[in-house]
Design a protein around this ligand. Structure first.
Ligand code: TXA
Ligand code: MG
Length: 322
């Protein structure tokens, strides 16, 4: 059931979460499917609802750095990242304390825990409950993330007890995930809503973006086919054919655009933040448009949030393993 955010629906969310039930809610990045991070049964319900493989761990959302500190080892570099970018679209994967109360299913038994302090109603709920909430993106595993309450409602076959409706998310793509090792080397596990140049300006060293395969597997959001629409999708397109659906970017159109049965422009001015904000809704709309069977996507520059946009598009275009 979709409910606008107000005192009564916030109280209902609090009660459901405290009782070990799931609540879908907006974060500044995408909608999440939240559960009490300490409740093993509740965490398992997330994996069931999403059809998520149990080796793919969840992000733990905390109220503040002090709450994070109860669960992970925070070195000077991680602390500085938290102080500068939290609350916000940055997740840090850090060594987990053995006595962390987070349910083992949430971190898939790994010695590391992924943490972020989010913005919005989810942050308010971690404060009210005085405990962390785990929340993956609110979609079936392998499909498009959701940025509106209506898209969440459509994404799950079994109705969710409560979807808090906070309107469209403001960032539109998931958080950037970094892993920091003992030597304070910084690895990119997932490009996301916080641009790498902003992070590098703070830490004054390059982020390592080419992961050995073994480490890449540690963030299965990085597995090839993900964020997939049902239709065929062709990225970095240079032409459009008759009857295709066009996902455009910027003021210039590619060859044959007039043949497209539908055009959605991610940003007419070529603004990458605006494009990220519209990405998942635009893909969903084209996927549901019966007039065409192929989605072609114009090139999006590989800078700023363009990294996250290209990452999601590549995974959306990758062949599905069914
Ligand atoms: O913006 C976001 O991050 C959203 C909102 C709801 O917070 N959440 C989100 O969660 O995108 P999810 O579950 O869709 O993606 C979480 C990613 C997965 O790719 C997972 O593999 C990675 O985080 N992850 C979680 N724990 C990890 C760990 N201990 N080590 C490495 N990667 C981890
Ligand atoms: Mg996801």
């Amino acid at each position: 059931m979709i409910r606008i955010i107000n005192n009564a629906s916030i109280r209902q969310a609090e009660q459901l979460l405290a009782a070990g039930e799931l609540v879908a809610l907006p974060t500044e990045t995408v909608y999440g499917l939240a559960a009490d991070a300490y409740n093993e049964t509740a965490v398992q319900k997330i994996f069931m609802a999403k059809g998520r493989p149990n080796f793919n761990p969840l992000i733990t959302h905390v109220a503040d750095i002090a709450m994070a500190e109860r669960h992970v080892e925070i070195g000077p570099l991680a602390r500085s990242l938290m102080e500068n970018f939290w609350p916000g679209p940055l997740t840090l994967v850090l060594p987990r304390h053995a006595d962390s109360l987070v349910a083992p299913t949430a971190y898939a038994g790994l010695p590391f825990l992924a943490l972020r302090q989010p913005q919005g109603i989810i942050l308010e709920l971690t404060r009210r409950l005085n405990r962390p909430l785990v929340a993956p993106s609110a979609n079936k595993s392998g499909f498009l993330s959701t940025t509106t309450a209506q898209a969440v409602a459509q994404a799950f076959e079994a109705p969710l007890a409560l979807i808090l409706d906070g309107g469209p998310c403001c960032v539109g793509v998931e958080s950037t995930i970094l892993k920091i090792d003992q030597q304070e080397r910084v690895y990119l596990l997932r490009a996301g809503g916080l641009a790498l140049d902003r992070i590098e300006a703070l830490i004054k060293k390059p982020i390592i973006t080419t992961l050995p395969l073994k480490q890449a597997i540690e963030a299965p959001g990085m597995l090839t086919s993900h964020y997939a629409p049902r239709k065929e999708i062709r990225i970095n397109a240079t032409y459009v054919q008759k009857g295709e659906l066009l996902l455009a970017f910027g003021p210039q159109r590619i060859r044959g655009y007039a043949e497209a049965v539908k055009i959605i422009n991610l940003s007419r001015t070529g603004d990458l933040d605006e494009a990220a904000n519209r990405l998942f809704e635009a893909l969903r709309e084209l996927d549901q448009n019966a007039a065409g069977q192929v989605i072609v996507v114009e090139p999006v520059p590989l800078e700023g949030l363009g990294l996250a946009i290209n990452d999601r598009l590549q995974r959306a275009a990758a062949p599905r393993k069914q």
